[in-house]
Design a protein around this ligand. Structure first.
Ligand code: ZN
Length: 281
């Protein structure tokens, strides 16, 4: 199933794609795509519905982030060996974990704000993992059963804030609109192997990133198990699993975003995002 949230920012409603790829409303069926509604029992219930009989949502309706009220937005740094190399970092011996503010989350096609005074805003296409149930100390072999589904994430980054302004990475990762999530939450049954997904990103029609999740240093099952040893993962938590090569920081000379550019992001089976950059208000 491809689950969506549609409508105005802050007032999104749950929906689902039908066989033709049109959005159908699930208002009155589930409260939203978050919390307990991400559990297998609710997914099984929704699967039994005849989608063609659900109310059709007008084409062109805005999509919000495909998961609601995420308790945590965790990210993995330097998780593709070829990306670590381009940034001059060594491949880590354990996953590099950092947090992005949940207030950075926005819809897949919303405008992305270049922060005031920012000079080094950068793109990162990533496989997003959405946790479906409370997860603590899960073994690697059981970890994928705790995943509700997968989505595209753009882990936008302001490199000066991230790397030149002291401390950890959070400042450079958490600006408003630095976390487009979606368009769809693709349930895990439709992603039999999350380590075989091609992904790419374009800026103004020029391909900048091309990769495949098979070159991750730490795969999704390892990451979910690893994180669950340090904290309880909760339904709706988003784990962004790192980016393949081709970020602006890694180019010689580095190339960064400015207002008025268009990013397109793609992951096989998980759909496409498209964002226009604008100056922060
Ligand atoms: Zn990232």
């Amino acid at each position: 199933m491809k689950l969506v949230r549609f409508g105005a920012k802050g007032a999104e409603k749950p929906g689902i794609l039908d066989a033709q790829g049109r959005v159908r409303s699930l208002e009155g069926v589930v409260a939203d795509w978050g919390g307990l509604f991400l559990a297998d029992e609710w997914m099984a219930h929704v699967r039994t519905l005849d989608r063609e009989r659900l109310p059709l949502v007008a084409a062109g309706t805005r999509l919000g982030a495909c998961v609601a009220n995420s308790p945590k937005f965790l990210c993995i740094g330097l998780n593709y060996a070829d990306h670590a190399a381009e940034t001059g970092a060594t491949v880590p011996s354990e996953p590099v974990v950092f947090a992005k503010s949940t207030s950075a989350i926005c819809g897949p096609n919303d405008e992305v704000e270049i922060p005031r005074g920012a000079q080094k805003t950068d793109w990162e296409v990533e496989l997003g993992v959405v946790i479906g149930v409370r997860t603590r100390h899960v073994e690697e072999r059981d970890a994928l059963a705790h995943v509700a589904g997968y989505c595209v994430v753009n882990d936008l980054s302001e490199r000066e804030y991230q790397l030149e302004r002291t401390g950890q990475w959070t400042k450079g990762k958490s600006c408003d609109t630095f976390g487009p999530i979606g368009p769809w939450l693709v349930t895990r049954d439709e992603v039999p192997d999350p380590q075989q997904l091609g992904l790419w990103l374009e800026v103004d029609g020029v391909r900048r990133q091309t990769g495949n999740t098979r070159t991750m240093v730490f795969g999704v099952a390892t990451l979910v198990s690893y994180l669950s040893r340090f904290m309880t993962l909760e339904p709706g938590d988003v784990i962004s699993t790192g980016t393949p090569p081709g970020v602006g920081l890694g180019m010689k000379p580095p190339l960064y975003l400015h207002a008025g550019q268009v990013m397109r992001l793609w992951i096989d089976g998980l759909g496409e995002q498209c964002q226009l950059t604008v100056p922060a208000s």
